[in-house]
Design a protein around this ligand. Structure first.
Ligand code: OSB
Ligand code: MG
Length: 368
């Protein structure tokens, strides 16, 4: 029996060590909502993957704040014994998956802390360390891109993903491939193309890429299936997969051969495990995506990435790839480009109080 005493919402902002440019714009800082749940037994933290603008998905920080404050949190506080698995349908709220995921994470963290059990163990992790890739934003020039990639490879990352957009694609990827012929390399278009651009992907198909992530619209599985039929390189879907049901549909249609799993995009860690299970059952490799998380969300991603179906390196980079100073103790890249999965109770990490205070823009505590 868990009694939730209060939920605290907090908007935080952290400067990024280098601007992160994608086909939908450039981020100079990380801004997100942290959720802290106080129960009668423990406290728990969750991080919302929404950003300041509704670009990656329809969710964004101000909207997620209201979904939490006015709908999800009141429903949670009204429930007599709320379980993490209830958050999905809490208060009959549709959508708002990123907001729900943050609340579910906080509730799970609190429960597992009270039980002294790690999130990784609870989710079914089978690895103590996970191999890590890095997602490289669109650079100012081709030379800068090659230099950035060289730097990340020197740090030990085992897979490099390049962001692309129309006009900044084949030439750049070809240059990186030319400089690093054997590096496991992929691209991510964040839905910036249409089937009329098939020629771009046919050219990329010659470069020995591990995968092409979300080339077309997030809403168009049929066109992805058409494109996949024309390519030898596997298509990986990110934005298109909002649930295990979406993953089943995409695989059944032949719209992808790989799935990027992000707990926030699919409404929480429990649904993320179900997406993983679909991939395993269907023989489709999955890997753990990222949303430039702070150490809180990063801890959750590492626990998830330690499940057996996560057979490709994730976008689970070290704290230093994002922040000069993380909210938690920094995550560091270790031997062989791997990172340790946290073993402490719950997420196994918590914000450092002075760093949290310095990054906080707004706090609201909602008591029972
Ligand atoms: O499409 O995978 C993406 C970051 C923000 C939004 C969308 C994406 C990304 C990344 C960065 O690629 C992954 C990471 O290092 O967290
Ligand atoms: Mg992506």
């Amino acid at each position: 029996m868990t009694r939730v005493v209060a939920v605290e919402l907090r908007l935080v902002g952290l400067p990024l060590v280098r601007p992160f440019r994608t086909s939908f714009g450039e981020e100079r800082e990380k801004e997100c909502i942290l959720v802290r749940v106080e129960t009668d037994r423990a406290e728990g933290w969750g991080e919302c993957v929404a950003g300041p603008r509704p670009d990656f998905s329809g969710e964004f920080n101000e909207a997620a704040w209201l979904a939490l404050r006015d709908h999800l949190v009141p429903a949670l506080l009204a429930a007599p014994d709320p379980r993490p698995e209830d958050v999905r349908s809490l208060g009959g709220v549709r959508g708002n998956r990123m907001a729900k995921a943050a609340l579910e994470m906080a509730l799970l963290d609190a429960e597992l802390r009270a039980e002294g059990r790690s999130l990784a163990a609870f989710l079914g992790a089978t690895k103590e360390r996970v191999p890590c890739g890095v997602s490289v934003g669109i650079a100012g020039s081709l030379e800068e891109l090659v230099e950035q990639v060289a730097g990340y490879l020197a740090e030990g990352y085992v897979r490099v993903k390049l962001k692309i957009e129309p006009g900044l694609d084949v030439e750049r990827v070809r240059a990186v491939r030319g400089s690093f012929p054997d590096v496991p390399l992929s691209v991510d278009a964040n839905a910036a193309y249409t089937l009329a651009d098939a020629g771009v992907f046919e050219a990329l198909d010659e470069l020995g890429l591990l995968m092409i992530e979300q080339p077309l619209s997030h809403e168009d599985l049929v066109d992805h299936a058409e494109l996949q039929r024309r390519l030898a390189t596997p298509i990986c879907l990110d934005e298109s997969i909002r649930s295990a049901a979406d993953a089943r549909a995409a695989i059944a249609l032949g719209a992808c051969r790989i799935v990027n799993v992000k707990q926030g995009r699919v409404g929480g860690l429990l649904e993320a495990v179900r997406v993983h299970d679909v991939g395993r059952r269907e023989g489709v490799p999955v890997w753990c995506g990222g949303m430039l998380e702070t150490g809180i969300g990063r801890a959750a991603n590492l626990a998830l990435a330690a499940l057996p179906g996560f057979t490709l390196p994730g976008d689970t980079s070290a704290s230093g790839r994002y922040f000069a100073e993380d909210l938690t103790e920094p995550f560091v890249l270790g031997e062989g480009g791997t990172m340790a999965v946290p073993t402490g109770p719950g997420l196994g990490v918590e914000p450092r109080p002075e760093r949290l205070a310095a990054c906080t823009r707004r706090v609201e505590r909602i008591p029972r």
